[in-house]
Design a protein around this ligand. Structure first.
Ligand code: TXA
Ligand code: MG
Length: 354
């Protein structure tokens, strides 16, 4: 398929190109578009055929439901039923923005969009290009992250072009995603509400707004229970090389990673390192990727997926990453890093690690 690539920045929206993109969505085609979290791969949420095309373009299993993107909170009533007061509170306080709510779906929203579920994930993004596209194309765009299944999410136009050129009708190449991690997902069909995926908005903030303690699916008692967000069970965010995360205090971590680099080099393997700006010069390795300074967790989050993709260009066989347990975004950052590592987490001091 020939993909049309158009460029525009959020502060210079090209109305004609957005109109062309909206037409693509209306006639059942696919458009990759920017959002403040990560780029999305969009199709008409009311068109079962569009959902099938999205699964095919991503190479994603079709039991993995899509998020429906809306341009204004009031549109949530068109696709969700039994909307609880918690949804109204979160919509008022956190939309437009990086929050997805799970609610019971209305009957006429196709099951192809929701992966066969009776619930629907809904998000109202803040990115101006996304909002304009959603509004002009009819108000309901189903979109997963615009990456090939299993690969790191796309936070820059060049990532989207790399993964989606030839697979979609149009790509809107825009600014880098401001946040760089996917939205927080909160399930409001259960009580108390549950966080299914940590993101920019923390469980603590959502608990404060709802005046109840929301539970986190990650800390749920039975880790082997069927995951509530079906997408969370698949291999995710993976760079091409094996990724290992080392936890521990800074000195121990630097020493442990340097030791691992030496072992890898002896075994003839090329190593790369993902770390803080502060420790970048301390690694005996040519391929070191600092994410940001220890105090700048927004930068660490913003750069994570880009750096996971950049490590591919080094042809590394193995990547060692520091852990980033930062105060607010730490759980979201570490959730992505743990998945990218396929669970390979090692404590720097050799103690058992979970
Ligand atoms: O920030 C984001 O949320 C981005 C941008 C494009 O909006 N989208 C995104 O979509 O991350 P995706 O498809 O990559 O991840 C959506 C997650 C999946 O893990 C999926 O299983 C879960 O949301 N999900 C979707 N609908 C659900 C539902 N009805 N119940 C439970 N989980 C659901
Ligand atoms: Mg995704």
């Amino acid at each position: 398929m020939k993909t049309v690539i158009v460029s525009m920045s959020a502060d210079s929206i090209d109305a004609e190109q957005i109109e062309a993109a909206a037409k693509v969505i209306q006639r059942g085609g696919l458009v990759a578009f920017p959002t403040e979290t990560v780029y999305g791969l969009g199709g008409n949420a009311f068109d079962p055929g569009a959902a099938k095309k999205i699964y095919a373009a991503k190479g994603r299993p079709s039991d993995n439901p899509l998020i429906v993107h809306i341009a204004g909170a009031e549109d949530l009533f068109r696709i969700a039923k039994d909307v609880p007061k918690e949804a109204r509170i979160l919509a008022e306080k956190l939309w437009p923005g990086p929050l997805t709510m799970i609610l019971n779906k209305k009957e006429d929203l196709p099951k192809e969009t929701t992966g066969g579920l009776d619930t629907v994930a809904i998000r109202c993004p803040s990115d101006p290009v996304a909002r304009e596209l959603i509004r002009r194309s009819g108000g309901f765009i189903a979109a997963p992250s615009a990456n090939l299944s299993g690969r790191p999410s796309t936070t820059r136009a060049e990532h989207v072009i790399r993964d989606m050129d030839g697979r979609v009708d149009m790509i809107i190449a825009s600014d880098d995603s401001r946040i760089g991690l996917e939205s927080t997902i909160v399930d409001l069909t259960v009580s108390p509400a549950a966080i299914l995926r940590p993101g920019y908005y923390s469980a603590q903030l959502i608990s404060e707004l709802l005046k109840e303690t929301v539970v986190s699916a990650e800390t749920a008692a039975d880790p082997d229970a069927a995951p509530k967000a079906p997408g969370m069970k698949y291999r995710h965010y993976a760079p091409k090389a094996e990724l290992v995360v080392i936890t521990g205090d800074r000195e121990q971590t630097v020493a442990a990673i340097n030791e691992k680099i030496r072992e890898s080099q002896k075994a003839g393997k090329k190593a790369a390192v993902i770390c803080l700006e502060e420790t970048a010069k301390r690694y005996d390795c040519p391929d070191v990727f600092p994410l940001g300074c220890a105090g700048d967790e927004e930068m660490i989050a913003h750069r994570l997926f880009d750096v996971l993709r950049k490590t591919d260009e080094t042809k590394a066989d193995i990547i060692y990453s520091e852990a980033f347990e930062t105060p607010n975004l730490g759980s979201a950052i570490m959730n992505r890093l743990r998945k990218a590592a396929g669970g390979r987490i090692i404590a720097a001091d050799g103690s058992p690690s979970d």
